[in-house]
Design a protein around this ligand. Structure first.
Ligand SMILES: Cc1cc2nc3c(=O)[nH]c(=O)nc-3n(C[C@H](O)[C@H](O)[C@H](O)COP(=O)(O)O)c2cc1C
Length: 334
């Protein structure tokens, strides 16, 4: 795809980006995606076998993951920096900090995916170091600000996406054209995309690339617990729910955790709901495999994912099926 703006920007063969998913998107998955022609992304706690709130330990673990990806692929890859934790690390000991950015720069990363926060925080630092910045947004107007600040491409994420999005309820289907109309930089579509139909639809709406999370949970190389992968491929069309985490929505698999959390939120028991979050239920869900009491972020598209495949097969299936989907579209429009 030589003319594609994302392929040109990032030096990749196909405009398919594997979205970061914290603990479960480690070096093996990122390298497998990059070797298959997409862009692999390391999650911020990739490779963690225990919970730590130590900033240096987190940063050094990230360094090892970056080195590991480099040993597994010569192709470009990215690293995720969830911005919102930046301001909190001093007071709460959140396992993320500015230190991770510095370590990643020391290791010479070329592409950063900044998410859940303002593009103001890290874009300048990355751009000065010659790093390409992809920044996620859930409002079209935020894309304009990102472009002004020098971001290279925006990722627009609708409410159907697994993990955190804004509480505005905008879907990927409306966010892509509004964002494509708002900015000149390339637009990457995230949320609800799992196959060739999704990529063709996203491109028709004005996207230059796609960003897939949940599809890659059900991959051989993903570090999610096997019970999580099974739960994704068994998920029904209504098997996920968006829960209100104060400033954000989190889309998760429906389970005892989401019911209890929602009940506390609806009853106004914010302190008890916060207590649940402090225990890091996402680690319990994704890594330990407690898919009942733990939190398992998951997109609505899980309802259409039926198999656990290699990252290579996920990407080649999408690419191979694009021509027939395009033909079908032409027939339907004729
Ligand atoms: C299990 C899981 C964990 C996630 N963790 C992160 C994360 O650490 N950082 C982040 O920016 N987004 C995270 N996300 C959101 C994804 O990067 C991406 O936006 C989303 O999965 C795209 O939508 P899809 O799941 O419909 O493909 C996570 C999503 C899932 C499903």
């Amino acid at each position: 795809m030589n003319n594609n703006r994302i392929c040109k920007l990032l030096g990749i063969r196909y405009p398919i980006i594997q979205a970061p998913m914290n603990w479960i998107t480690g070096a093996e998955l990122a390298a497998a995606v990059s070797n298959a022609g997409g862009l692999g992304t390391i999650g911020i706690n990739a490779g963690a076998k225990t919970i730590t709130r130590d900033i240096d330990e987190t940063a050094e673990r990230l360094r090892q993951q970056i080195r590991k990806v480099k040993s597994l692929t010569k192709e470009p890859f990215a690293v995720n920096f969830p911005v919102w934790m930046e301001s909190k690390d001093e007071e709460t000991g959140h396992a993320f900090s500015r230190r991770c950015v510095e370590v990643a720069l020391e290791e010479g990363i070329k592409i950063a995916v900044t998410t859940t926060g303002s593009p103001n925080i890290y874009t300048k630092r990355f751009k000065e170091a010659g790093v390409k910045v992809l920044h996620s947004i859930s409002f079209a107007k935020h894309a304009i600000k990102a472009e002004e600040l020098g971001v290279d491409a925006v990722i627009c994420e609708g409410t159907e996406a697994g993990g955190h999005t804004a509480l505005n309820g905008l879907t990927t289907f409306v966010l892509i054209p509004m964002t494509a109309d708002a900015v000149k930089i390339p637009v990457i579509a995230g949320g609800g995309i799992a196959d060739a139909r999704g990529i063709v639809a996203a491109m028709a709406l004005g996207a230059d690339g796609v960003y897939l999370g949940t599809r890659f949970i059900a991959s051989n190389e993903c570090d999610a617990h096997p019970k999580v992968k099974e739960a994704v491929i068994k998920c029904s069309d209504t098997g996920t729910i968006g829960i209100d985490k104060w400033m954000m929505e989190a889309r998760d698999l429906k389970n005892d955790f989401t019911s209890k959390f929602q009940q506390l939120r609806e009853a106004g028991k914010s302190d008890e709901a916060m207590e649940m979050m402090i225990k890091l239920p996402m680690y319990q869900g994704l890594v330990v495999g407690d898919i009942v009491e733990g939190e398992v972020p998951c997109g609505q598209n899980a309802g259409m994912i039926k198999d656990i495949l290699s990252a290579q097969d996920i990407i080649s299936n999408i690419i191979q099926n694009i021509p027939s989907i395009m033909e079908e579209v032409k027939i339907r429009l004729s």
